[in-house]
Design a binder for this molecule. Structure first.
Ligand SMILES: Nc1ncnc2c1ncn2[C@@H]1O[C@H](COP(=O)(O)OP(=O)(O)OP(=O)(O)O)[C@@H](O)[C@H]1O
Length: 269
């Protein structure tokens, strides 16, 4: 549902349209006594060619924000955009095409197809879209993620970390305009985590792709150019160039001093 009052209010970060944006995005679950305001009117733009990490305490709305931005969930109020396309205006078919053409996903819940090999899973989105696989890039991604000798294996023959790296390769291989990751290193050991994060970093630095991840891990967030902190469905801090220690300290501060909830847009109107 689109809210006509949801005019963009955030300052444009760059001359070109943002790779993704939310304007006064609100998400309400349930009603009456069980109502949950998962997002309380969040406005944020993600500039092209930037790596952003979204952090915040459990239940602060990180996944909800990412799912609304990626067209996997719909907002109760406000708008979400990919490039200049407003997602609320799209039908199912248009949404599927937009997700397929422009977005790469590294979500833990996005399972691989069990009957396909790792290689087939990685190229599946391109095969479906009828696009050619860039072999050089595919080899680089697969090498970097340590999957070269696992390409013929099916998901059941891979470890959890390898499955997650295959999902990461699948998201990267088509060089989508924007990559969303929900805890992309959640199940990985520190070495595999570093590989996944450094390849995400490289897609931003070398190919000017846009990456947005949700993470609980300050070390993972420190790979990002920008860290957005959510608490109780609102953005409470938005900074660039933070170190692991800075992020850790701010998360501690958030736990100790949770901000007061802001009124949600439907209450304001
Ligand atoms: N389908 C749903 N029905 C009801 N409430 C929901 C639903 N999905 C999420 N919520 C609630 O919305 C709030 C935000 O959830 P969300 O998953 O976005 O938080 P999160 O910051 O990603 O949390 P975590 O770090 O624990 O994954 C939480 O209070 C959650 O319980």
């Amino acid at each position: 549902m689109s809210n006509p009052a949801a005019a963009p209010e955030v300052a444009r970060e760059a001359q070109q349209p943002p790779a993704a944006a939310a304007y006064k995005l609100a998400k309400v679950y349930g009603k009456g006594e069980t109502v949950v305001h998962a997002l309380r009117g969040v406005s944020v733009e993600f500039a092209e060619g930037e790596f952003t990490a979204i952090m915040g305490p459990s239940g602060s709305g990180k996944s909800t924000l990412m799912h609304c931005l990626a067209g996997l969930d719909t907002a109760s109020f406000g708008t979400a955009q990919i490039g200049s396309t407003e997602l609320t205006g799209l039908n199912d078919k248009q949404m599927t095409k937009l997700r397929r053409d422009l977005i790469g996903f590294v979500f833990q819940s996005f399972n691989l197809v069990p009957t396909l090999t790792a290689r087939e899973n990685i190229t599946l989105p391109l095969d479906i879209a009828g696009k050619k696989v860039d072999k050089e890039w595919m080899d680089a991604v697969v090498d970097r993620l340590g999957l070269a000798d696992r390409l013929g294996h099916r998901p059941s023959e891979l470890s959890g970390g390898q499955v997650q790296r295959v999902a990461c390769a699948r998201a990267l291989v088509g060089r989508p305009q924007i990559i969303f990751g929900d805890e992309p290193t959640g199940n990985l050991d520190s070495r595999s985590s570093a590989e996944v994060l450094s390849i995400l970093r490289a897609t931003v630095d070398d190919f000017k792709q846009t990456v947005v991840i949700v993470t609980h891990d300050p070390r993972a967030a420190s790979y990002a150019d920008r860290v957005i902190f959510l608490a109780d469905g609102q953005i409470v801090n938005d900074q660039r160039g933070l170190s692991t220690d800075d992020i850790y300290e701010y998360m501690k501060h958030l736990d100790e001093h949770p901000p007061a909830p802001v009124p949600v847009p439907d209450e304001q109107d």
